[in-house]
Design a protein around this ligand. Structure first.
Ligand SMILES: O=P(O)(O)OC[C@H]1O[C@H](O)[C@H](O)[C@@H](O)[C@@H]1O
Length: 280
């Protein structure tokens, strides 16, 4: 890992969390000394690049968008956030346009206010994102919490709670608009996986067999769930991701990414996830 920017640390009992001001990226969540979050050994932590791992925040759009010149996943993960409130177990981070690098700011010239709150409790981590439009004009966004979970052996990991939901397969995109439905009770990873499950009304997704217990993801106001593992070839192609890192992580990302949300002047949108260590 390169450099180390400013961080905020939370502690409650035997649980800890660490969040970088750069990107407000949470890079560590430990319960009883066990790390639950994956960050690559080769991640850049000096603000020169979005952090490869942790919980990067995706705003104002997920992926690349034909109508936007912003880089993939927007600018929130590359911006300088401010920590405005902190207790032992909670921290609140804010981002306004002046925290966005000028070059990126010019590509999305709207006024906005993001508030990201991280709350630690015993065996539980809540991350909540509030998006406000203080301007006189409506603008559109998609957003997502790009959580990288640490696992001991990807071949054993299963994701429960997605059966029956339609998904966009980004590895093998469908020819027409038809989208298949997930038929499996347990989604596993045995090759590259990059799927956007849409309108997942079940708000509890569980990551089983992490190697140190099951982790539940409870989502609120995030309709979509992305499951991503780059597997061998894509891992080799990423400079800030170790060749073997794909064995040690799975991204399960809650978001609102299928349809753009139009935020009217003065309006606020909020979404959150609560991660719970369910079974050791
Ligand atoms: O390399 P990044 O820009 O951080 O994106 C990493 C990944 O994010 C999401 O999970 C997308 O679905 C993937 O298509 C993408 O490869």
């Amino acid at each position: 890992m390169t450099g180390k920017g400013d961080t905020v640390t939370l502690t409650i009992g035997t649980s800890t969390a660490e969040i970088y001001l750069f990107g407000a990226t949470l890079t560590s969540w430990k319960t009883d000394g066990v790390e639950r979050i994956f960050v690559s050994e080769t991640a850049h932590l000096d603000g020169s690049k979005a952090i490869r791992g942790g919980i990067p925040l995706v705003f104002p759009h997920f992926g690349t968008v034909a109508t936007s010149k912003l880089p993939q996943h927007g600018f929130a993960r590359n911006s300088s956030w401010e920590c405005v409130k902190k207790t032992e177990s909670t921290a609140e981070f804010h981002l306004k346009p002046d925290g966005v690098p000028t070059k990126l700011r010019e590509l999305w010239p709207h006024d906005f206010h993001l508030i990201y709150t991280v709350t630690l409790a015993a065996n539980t981590l809540k991350t909540s994102l509030t998006i406000n439009n203080p301007s006189q004009e409506a603008w559109d966004f998609t957003t997502l919490l790009h959580t990288y979970f640490a696992v001991k052996d990807i071949s054993r990991v299963k994701v429960a709670g997605l059966k029956g939901y339609a998904f966009l397969d980004k590895v093998n995109p469908p020819e027409g608009d038809a989208k298949p439905e997930e038929s499996r009770e347990h989604v596993n990873v045995a090759g590259e996986v990059d799927r956007v499950y849409e309108a997942v009304s079940n708000n509890k997704i569980t990551i089983l067999e992490t190697g140190s217990g099951d982790v539940e993801v409870h989502k609120s106001h995030f309709p979509d769930v992305v499951v991503w593992n780059p597997w061998i070839e894509k891992a080799k192609a990423m400079a800030d991701f170790g060749d073997e890192d794909y064995r040690k992580m799975i991204c399960v990302e809650v978001g609102s990414v299928t349809d753009f949300i139009s935020l009217a002047p003065g309006k606020t949108w909020e979404g959150s996830q609560t991660l719970v260590v369910a079974r050791l």
